[in-house]
Design a protein around this ligand. Structure first.
Ligand code: 13P
Length: 251
């Protein structure tokens, strides 16, 4: 049985006071949750403040990205060691907004993922097709290409530590959720791909989150699917009650 993992991706939202208030509320509301892993991923500049509030609680902290080099002349970038230093355990990588707005490739995502694993943090690797790709029947090919490209050179032992987030781009922030059946079809396909690329033991161990307009109202049906092991939540992670509603749906 894979332990559910619910993570909030705050994206470029919040100010410092709002970030601290949100995690103060969440810390209290989620203090008895023992059936799932929980994490929040604030913008870089609020990681330190958020991690201090969450120290010693059952809520982990993640970053939304990182750079793969250890140190040096890389203006504007943040290393994995810096993230670790402020208390991060997770790093989101290959989010569709980074792939499609910033233009990040599988190769760059792969370098970052290897750096995160090397530092002993947990990567949350996002993959997902765009609407026109789904309509052109390329859903499996696109997800497989992103999966294989982003995970080049990863050992079976390391793969067990990776979390995959399937985020159909057309469902992100649009209010359009994949139906539980649509999501499960892709999740099951990703699990077969993990078995093909690694082995069955790894495929059974890896957690695959769903992301894309997950809300308290649809979370239960999504999380009830055999291969959906959690959620990566955008909009609904910005309010304690909504995020808690999703966490409780994982019970
Ligand atoms: P929404 O939940 O706002 O659709 O965002 C999903 C997402 O991109 C999480 O990484």
């Amino acid at each position: 049985m894979r332990r559910p993992f619910i993570a909030g991706n705050w994206k470029m939202n919040m100010d410092r006071a709002g970030a601290v208030a949100l995690v103060e509320g969440l810390k209290e509301a989620a203090k008895d949750v023992d059936y799932a892993d929980i994490a929040v991923c604030p913008p870089f500049v609020y990681l330190d403040a958020v991690a201090q509030v969450l120290k010693g609680t059952n809520i982990g902290v993640g970053a939304q990205d990182c750079y793969f080099e250890e140190k040096g002349a890389f203006t504007g970038e943040i290393s994995v060691a810096m993230l670790k230093d402020v208390g991060c355990q997770y790093v989101i990588l290959g989010h569709s907004e980074r792939r499609h707005i910033i233009g990040e490739s599988n190769e760059l995502t792969n370098k970052k993922l290897l750096a995160v694993l090397k530092a002993g943090l947990t990567p949350i690797l996002c993959i997902g097709e765009m609407l026109e790709q789904r309509e052109a029947d390329q859903t499996f090919d696109i997800n497989a290409e992103q999966f294989l490209g982003s995970l080049a050179g990863v050992s079976a032992e390391d793969m067990k530590k990776v979390v995959i987030a399937y985020e159909p781009v057309w469902a992100i922030g649009t209010g359009k959720t994949a139906t539980p059946e649509m999501a499960e079809e892709v999740h099951a396909g990703i699990r077969r791909l993990i078995e093909f690329r690694f082995n069955k033991e790894v495929a059974d161990a890896v957690r695959i989150q769903y992301g894309g307009s997950m809300k308290p109202g649809n979370a239960k049906d999504l999380l009830a699917q055999a291969d959906i092991d959690g959620g990566l939540i955008g909009g609904a992670a910005l309010k304690v009650d909504d995020f808690m509603g999703i966490i409780e749906a994982a019970k």
